[in-house]
Design a protein around this ligand. Structure first.
Ligand SMILES: [Zn+2]
Length: 112
């Protein structure tokens, strides 16, 4: 399934241009919001990694969520002040059923 990035019309695969807007269609999968499955919210969270850089931790969270994995960052801020980071780093917590998958995703990301 293809979708027009301008008018959001959907077209069958094989059509490459939106006949109305005359611009290239993109894969529909790219624009679909990733759903985080409900059962993950009922599971205990497991600490899988501690990351020093807030920017890297934020990117890891985005990558995990794009893979449909519920991700929680802890100890991100000290005393509620957004500009004071805890020295120990930022903990990445994920549901226990997704631990292995999450570790693979983080390993692949950090290797790059
Ligand atoms: Zn269009």
């Amino acid at each position: 399934m293809k979708v027009c990035p301008n008018c959001k019309s959907e077209y069958q695969t094989g059509i490459t241009l939106c006949p109305d807007c005359r611009i290239s269609l993109s894969e529909k999968e790219e624009s679909d919001p990733i759903e985080i499955s409900r059962e993950q919210f009922d599971q205990p969270l497991v600490l899988i990694s501690t990351i020093q850089s807030p920017a890297v931790a934020g990117m890891v969270k985005d990558i995990l969520e794009q893979s449909g994995i519920l991700c929680s960052l802890r100890n991100q801020y000290f005393g509620g002040q957004r500009n004071e980071f805890v020295l120990g780093g930022i903990e990445i917590w994920v549901p226990e059923s997704r631990v292995e998958e999450s570790q693979q995703i983080i390993a692949a990301y950090i290797d790059n």
